[in-house]
Design a protein. Sequence first.
Length: 732
Amino acid sequence: MSQKIIALEFLEELESIHKNEALPVSIKYPQLRMLLEKVCKSLTLNSSTQFSDFFSRLVYVCNEYKVDRAIHGLRITANKVLHADFKPNEDDYKTHVSLFAEFLKVVYGINIPATLLFEGKRRVDYTPVKNVHLTEAKVCIVEKRENHLVCQLDPLTVKEKYEFAPDKLMTIQIFETGVNDAITSCNSFWVGALLYLVDIEIDINEVFHPKIIVLEPDYLLDVSSIAECIQDYGESELLFFKSKFEEKPDSKHLLLGNFANLVVDEVFSNPQTPIEFSGVFRKHFKTTPLEYTTCKDINDIQEFKSYHEECHKQFLKIKDTIENGFSKLDINLENISLEPSFLSEKFGLQGRLDMLDWRKGTEVSKIIELKSGSTPFRDDGTSIKGNHLAQLFMYYILYSQVGKLSLSQVNSRLQGFILYSKPGENNLRNKGAYLRGFQEVIDLRNRIVATEHLLIADNKETTENILCRITPQNLINKDIYPKFRIIIEAQIIDFLAPISSASDLEKSYFLSFANYVSYEHFLSKVGGPDRDREGGSNGLARLWLDSFEDKKSKFEILYDLEIVENKIDSEEQVIVFKRANLENKHVNFRKGDICVLYPRNTDSEIVSHSQIFKCTIKEIVGDYVTVYFRYKQRNKAFFDSFGLNGKWALESDFMETSFNSMYRNLYGFLKARQSFKDLILTQRQPKKERDYGYRNPSLSIEQRKVINKALSANDYFLLNGPPWNRKNFYYY
C-alpha cells in the first residue's frame, strides 16, 4: 500500500473522530491519541531505532520529520483524560485537531481540508521553570553534546505542579563533578534513548542537574544478574553478556547455596515444630537428586563428608541467627515475608529478596539477604563483598519506590543486612545507603543496557566486537594475587576458545542467532510496533505502560479479587479468590498460567506500587480463581494488612528462563562435535543407515511408512503437513 493511501486513510479517520458530534471531547481525546500512536508506529515500522513507549516514538517522529513538537500537547491531554479525570476544553481540542492535521500534512505531503484547521489556535504562555527541585522526570534524548544532553521532557512524569511547554527542549548537564560524575555511562547513550532522571535541581538558566540518570527504565534487569558483574577480580558489564552463554556449573558451592535457602524456608515454615538437620538434608537431596549425582565436587566419599559437615555448620548458624540473632536487631519473625518480589519501571530493576520485615507507617523495615559463600578476603568482621553490597543497594532502590521514599530517606525507614552463614561470628552485616552507592549500581545497569542495545541492532560485526572485548585484560581490572589471576585468565580463555576456533560459517550462524535472540528478548520486555497494531506494548512493560482500560478491553487483567481462603502458610501454598466484579467475567487466563499478584484497591494502583507475588493459576472457574505460590509463608501479615475488603489483581508474568536456554544452547552449538555442527549448517546430509522395520497393523500403510522413516533416521526426520491432520495424534 502506498504512503499516500495510508495517509488518506489516517486523514479520513481523523475527520471521522472530529465530525462525530455524538461524542464528547473527553471521548474523542483517547481516540485521537490512539490514532496518533498508530500513525507513529506506521512511520517507524522500518526504523532500526527501538522504542520503549509512545512518548519516545513521538519524539523520534517529530525530530525525524521536523514536525511541530506542540503535538505532544495532544498526547499529554489525552493521558490526563484517561488517567486523571481531566476535563478538556473546546479551545484546546480545536488546537490539537489542527496540530494533528498539520502533522499529517508535513509528514505525508497531503492536502488538509479547512474543516480540520482552526485559525485562532490557542497558545499558552508558560512561565519558565527555574531555581526549583524536581523529584523525578522522564526525558528522551534529541541531541548529544560534550557535557550536555538536549532532551524532550514528558511533563506527565513530573510530580510537582509546574507547567512545562509541551514543545520545549530541556538541557541536561552530565559528568558534573559532585552531582552525577559517577554516571560515566552517559558516553554510551544514544539519540532517541529514554532516560529517567531522579533528584533534579533546575538552575537559573533552566538547566537540569540530576543526581541519578537511568537509561531505558522500561527495560528491567534482574538485581542479582547486575550484581554478579562485580567480582573479586574485576567489574565489567561484559560479565553480564558472558554469563548469558555459560552453563551454571554443578558445584558444591551452588548446592550449598540452595541448601541454605531451604533451611530458611524450613525455619519459617515450621514455627511450632523443631526442625532437625538430618530431615532438612534428606529433603534437599530428594528435591535435587540430579544435582547431587552430577556434582563432581562431591564424588569422593571424603569430599561428600566435608560437604555434609559444611551443610551442618550452616544449618546450625542460620537457625541460631534467625531464632536468636534477629530479635537483637528488632527483626520481627512474625512479620517476615519470604522471597517477596518487586519491580521498578523508574530505575529499570526487578528483584526477589530473601526476607523482608515490612513495617508500615514510620517504623523501620528490614531486608535480610542470605549468602552461604565467603566473606570478603581478609575479613574484618564488618565488610560486605562488592557484589553483595551492590545487590543490597538495588534492593534499597526497589523498596524506596513502593515505600514512596526519596533515596535520601532510605536510611530513616529501611535497614539492610547481609546474613553470611559461613563464618563463626559477625554473621549479620549492615551498610547504610549513600548517594554514590546508588549512582554506581545504576551506572553499571546503564552500561549493561547500552551493550544490549548494540546487540539488538542485528549487526554481526558489532556483536563480534563485543565478544572480542571479553579478554583477561578487560575483565581483570582489580589488583589480585598472581595465582588467582592465572586461574581467572584460564577461565576466560576457555570461554573464548569455542568462539575463536569456530569457522567463518559457524561464527556467522552464532552471531546472527545471538542478535536475533537478543532482539526477541528485547521485544518480550518492552514490546514492538509489529506485535500489536492497535496499541499497547505487549511486552512485560505492558504491566505499567498499558492503561487499566486497555488491559480490561483485552481481557488481560483479573481485578477486584477478594480473598476467600488463604492457605499461603500451609503445605498447600494457595489462596482462593472470589471474582467479585461481574465486568471481569471474560478474561484471557487459563489453568497453568504464571502470573503476578498485587494489591489493587484504587484505580491508580499498578504492579510497581507494591510488593508482588509470583504465582501460578491452579484453577479458574466462573466465580473463583485459585493460585499456587512458589514459596510458603510463615504468616499472612502482608495480606491481612489490607483488611477483609482488600482487593487484588492478577496479570500475566514473563519468564526469562526460555531466553537463557536459547543463549546457552547457541554457545553449546559451538562446543558440539564437528559432525553435528555440519549437520545443522547443512554441510552434510542427514543419514539413514538402516531400516527400522516398524510394523503396526492398526495404522494405515501411509502412517506406518512415515513412522518407519522417522525411526530409521540417524539424525533427524522432518514431518511436514497441513494443520488439523492429526500429525500429533498418530505420530507422536
